[in-house]
Design a protein around this ligand. Structure first.
Ligand code: PHE
Length: 339
């Protein structure tokens, strides 16, 4: 047994490493609870009395050698750590920075703002929790008007006068009340409708509405403005205005753009017609101007509104509106390279 211990002493003496894990393995092997040394200590009582003294000495030597070795290497390794200084190894490769991305809704909204600001529209904002006057009544939608049902509304239960705005036309009312013509403003924002959630519609979505009021503003100006927008936004240069009805505009129209039928996808998104609806528009009803304190004999104007999600879905070929609100990074990360 004593020879065996001496062999271990030789081994411990010869041990060398620069590696913390290897050092720890060495420590456990020799000095650990179930290590070599403890085995020898346990064997002590089986050693014949006349050998006990020598046995004890070599075991102690092994213990000191192993402990000394561990301490020496530990000191050396720690010294090395200190010598690289506070900043660590300055030549090590950098850690990649995680770069966030803008939400696709923000990307599209900013693009729309850019396009309209080029032709003199500013941006206006208003509250998401609205009163009846700004969301409905001022917009030529008096109480009990059947067209109120066109937009299923979330009311605040305790007060029927307070609701979540169903469109950002409410912002236009506020803008008209507080500003004199000429008015050129777009109102982007979140709107709420009590609708069943599906891949095509959601109870929360975003709109941009536009308003232009000045002397002699005509339907031709409206059409030209929309055409300019579709060219800039989609690169498409054909639109059509289908007669429609909105209580706050007269005449009113639905805006379609000619998307084309070149690919399978074109067929799918236009349902085989080539045309795609992107929003509503019309000449502001004189009653609305009056309600907002603008002289309807002196001024005329046009308004239009469209959904930002729909536009984003078109541009990025997104098949399900719910993706915008799930905040799945695998979805959001795909917009990293966009501006
Ligand atoms: N406010 C209408 C809606 O949300 C859109 C619209 C705006 C229509 C302006 C005409 C003029 O459906």
């Amino acid at each position: 047994m004593i020879d065996k211990i001496k062999e271990y002493i030789g081994e411990a003496n010869a041990f060398q490493t620069q590696n913390k894990e290897e050092l720890e393995a060495f420590r456990i092997r020799f000095l650990g609870k179930k290590g070599i040394l403890n085995d020898f200590f346990a064997a002590f009582k089986t050693v014949p009395n006349e050998q006990k003294k020598e046995f004890g000495q070599v075991v102690n030597l092994l213990k000191n050698t192993a402990e000394g070795k561990v301490k020496d290497i530990q000191d050396f390794l720690e010294g090395q750590e200190v010598s690289v200084g506070f900043y660590g190894d300055l030549s090590r490769p950098g850690e990649p920075l995680k770069i966030g991305s803008r939400h696709p809704i923000s990307l599209v909204k900013n693009q729309i703002i850019d396009i309209f600001s080029t032709i003199g529209f500013n941006v206006s904002e208003g509250p998401e929790i609205e009163d009846d006057w700004h969301n409905f009544t001022a917009l030529n939608l008096p109480e009990y008007h059947p067209a109120r049902d066109m937009q299923d509304t979330f009311f605040i239960q305790t007060n029927p006068d307070i609701l979540l705005r169903t469109h950002t036309s409410s912002v236009q009312v506020r803008y008209m009340e507080n500003n004199k013509p000429p008015i050129r403003t777009i109102s982007p924002g979140r709107v709420f409708r009590n609708e069943a959630v599906s891949s095509r519609s959601h109870c929360i979505f975003h709109q941009v509405e536009g308003l232009y009021i000045d002397k002699d503003v005509s339907f031709a100006d409206l059409k030209q403005t929309l055409l300019y927008f579709t060219k800039e936004m989609f690169g498409k240069s054909k639109i059509r205005l289908r007669p429609s009805y909105f209580p706050f505009t007269e005449p009113s129209a639905e805006v379609d753009i000619y998307w084309g039928l070149k690919t399978e996808t074109d067929y799918r998104i236009t349902k085989g017609t080539g045309w795609l609806e992107i929003g509503g528009c019309g000449m502001v009803d004189p009653n609305v101007l009056k309600n907002c304190g603008i002289n309807s004999d002196e001024f005329t104007g046009f308004a239009f509104g469209m959904g930002i999600e729909r536009i984003a879905m078109l541009l990025y070929q997104i098949g399900d509106i719910r993706m915008f609100y799930e905040n799945d990074v695998r979805f959001l990360e795909q917009f990293k390279s966009s501006f």
